[in-house]
Structures are given as structure tokens and as C-alpha cells.
Design a protein around this ligand. Sequence first.
Ligand code: HEM
Length: 442
Amino acid sequence: ADPHSSAPENLPLPPGSSGLPLLGETLDFLRSSRDFAERRRRQYGPVFRSHVLGSPAAFLLGPDAIQWIFAGEGKYLKNRWTSGVRRLLGANSLALLEGEEHLERRRLLAPHFSYATMRGFVPAIESLATRHFERWAALPGDFTLWPSMRELAFEIALSLIFGQDTVDVPFLMRHFQAWTAGLFVPLAVNLPWTTFGRALAAKKAMITYLDQLVAERQKRTEQPPDLLGSLLRHREGEEPLSREAIVEELQLLLFAGHDTTVTATSNLMLLLAQHPDVLQKGREAVADLEGPLTLDALRAMPYLVQLIHEGMRLIPPIGGAFRITTRDVAYNGYRIPKGWMVPVSIRMAHSGEHWPAAERFDPERFGSERNEQRKPGTFIPFGGGPRICLGQHFAMVEMSVMLALLLKHYTWELVPGQDLSYVMVPFARPRSGIQLRMRRRS
Ligand code: HEM
């Protein structure tokens, strides 16, 4: 019999503890979500309950559970962001829309994110990346990778959205950074001196600026074929999208398309610096590369994708996501009541029993011989189901271009003595921000 089909009301709650009143087990969860889940898995098995971030929660571990969660979107689960994220992102953006509205917005944006569309972006990404890399390599001393990579990724995201328009990059970047700093604060308190308060103020400045850009665009009779153009041409029935909705969508895309790729590429550069044998293989993979990069040239170097995938497996840029049950539902002989949170632990999925020596950086595991990612639900850096990352092709192409250029033309070394221990929230980043010295090699 299907273990999920029995009537939930007759089933017991999953084993586990609700911890302290109000706080539940939140502090333990925030300290290290992976140890948190691992310890409880040993005690209770792969399905257990807890109480974290203000909500009762059912943790469902393992690839089959992951598949069940992704399949449940819109049926028994919906997306759930933390309150800080909900207040900073607008309610009209893709990430917060649900049901039909969500599907329709995805249909509108999808053409800009298809693999084929990426063909046109490769030259822009190559030229932006080259400009930044050349600058880093010409610095007399060392530099900190993280903020430098943020500038580069931000410019790339802007070019996706605004095409050829001129944008005040430093202005937007400054406010964007203050805004995103507030997204993952533990307590969202709006006062002028709190990180969250400053984030809301920055959001206002950013919205005013973006709103002007959109208004300028609206005056044109013809829209260029960029993402903003599509949002402006779109009609829901007779109605165009409101300017407010468009601005909120732009903000979401800047946010979603930015720190994620920064995290993936920066950590990969660190891993390569620490694994000279892998770096050497990477250099061999790009040895024959000549002339401007194209999608076809990238496709001819599958080892690049192996490197990026293994980097994201080991250090997932987004460590997890949250869902919430929309009705009582049965899972594996347990009842999960309506309104419970169901975390999706990407980090746990990437270190389970399907990954031999999971702590090792070993890109060969993604090669056709070993193919360790073959079981669905074991490799999910971009999530899955109807909410799978909209920008996954864009991200992969962007990261592949950067990596090909880095391997082909540059060397980089870690500055000795830096603190490479990780902070995990909001994004997995070494405390030093990764201090490098970079040089041109050819
Ligand atoms: C959603 C990962 C880059 C746009 C997601 C989700 C994950 C993810 C895990 C699903 C969250 C959930 O299930 O609740 C990543 C990673 C990236 C990356 C690892 C880079 C290495 C990008 C880029 C863009 C983008 C470049 C756009 C320019 C989005 C959007 C969503 C999303 C709009 C929300 C989709 C929806 O709710 O329907 N991403 N992402 N992402 N991502 Fe990405």
C-alpha cells in the first residue's frame, strides 16, 4: 500500500521534541542546521519533528522525501520564506506569488532564461568578466575576492535585466548591499540603527531609482528584447503589469541572481587553489580554447560543469529552503498537521549516503563513469519542482564563462594566514572573504 495515502488523522505525529516554549529548538538549528538534523536523524530516524523559527516543523530526510516535497508544491505544500525576506521582497514578485499567478509569471519570464537565450549573453558576460579579472590581476598586492566578485556578478545581472540601458551601477550596488544585509537577520526590527531598518531605507532608495528607470522605458514606443522589455510588453488580460509589480520583480531578480553565483564561483576559486591537481585538470580542459567564448565551445568542455557541480554539491550556495503544509498530510506513516513547516535541506541532500567520501572535493564523481548524482533528490543545488531555480541556465552559463576565462588566463594564490573558517548565514563564506593574489598567465 502507498504509505502516503492513508488518512492522516489516524496517524501519529513524527517522533521528536518541541524544545523550549516559544524558542523551540531554534538556537540549536541556527548554530548548524546540518549537525542539528544529523543528530536527530540518528536519534529518531529520517522523519522527525521539531520547533524552529517560530513554527512546528517536520524534517523529512533522504532523496525520496525530497522528491515528495518537490511534488507537493500547490497540492499539500506551499513556499514559505522567513518574515524578513517576505517584508523586503515585494508581495508581487515571482518568489512570493502562488498557484496560477506564480505559473503565469514564470511563463512570462521563462523565455529570458532558456538555455538557447543564453547564447546571446555569452559575449556580454565574457567582456564584463574579462574587464574585472584584468583589473584584479593588475593589482600590485592582494585583494579580497568576495566584494570584488559581488561587483562583477551585479553588473552581469544588470546587463541581463536592462540590456543596453545605462544604469548607475555604484549607486544601485551600495543600496542593494544594505538591502540584502537585512534579508536574513534573526529579528526583523525596523529602527533606523538596526540592519533591518537600514535595509528598508535602502530598499526605498533603490525602488525610487528603479521606478524612474522603468518610467523612462515606458515612454518608448518599442521595447528592446531584454527582460525589462518583456515585463513592460506583458498583458494580464487587458491590463499591463503595474510599475510597482515590475519594480518588485526586478529587485527579486537582482537578489536571486547575484549572491548565489558569487558564493558558487568564489568558493570554487578557493577549492581550486587548495587542490592543485584538480586545478591542473581544469587547465588541461580549457587548453584548446581559442577566440571568443560561445555556448558550443563551453559545451565541448564538460569538465567545467563537473567542477561547478562538485563545488555546489560540497558548498551549496543556497543551503536549504522552506515549505509549509496547506492541509493535514500523511508521510511515511506519520501525520504532518496543516501549517507545519517542512524544511528542504539541500546541504543534507548533498552529503547523504549516496555520496561516498562526501567531505572530499572530487569532481570526478560527476563524470560519466561514476555518475554519483544519478539518483533523483541527491543533487539539488537549484531546488526542484515548480519552484526550481528560474535562473539555473543563466547561472551555469555565467559561471562556466568565468571559470573558463580564469583557468585559461589567470593564476591565483591564497594569502597565507587568513581565516578560512566558514560563516554559513546568509551564504556560506570564509570569514576572510578569501584574500587572493592574482596574475595573468598568458
Ligand atoms: C529559486 C538556487 C542563480 C533566479 C532558486 C531556488 C534555489 C536556487 C535552490 C529554489 C528556492 C526554493 O525552492 O524555495 C540558485 C543557485 C544559483 C542561482 C545555486 C547560482 C549558483 C539564480 C540566478 C537567477 C535566479 C542567476 C536569476 C537571474 C531565481 C528565481 C527563483 C529562484 C527567480 C524563484 C523561483 C520561483 O519561486 O518560482 N534558486 N539560484 N537564480 N532562483 Fe535561483
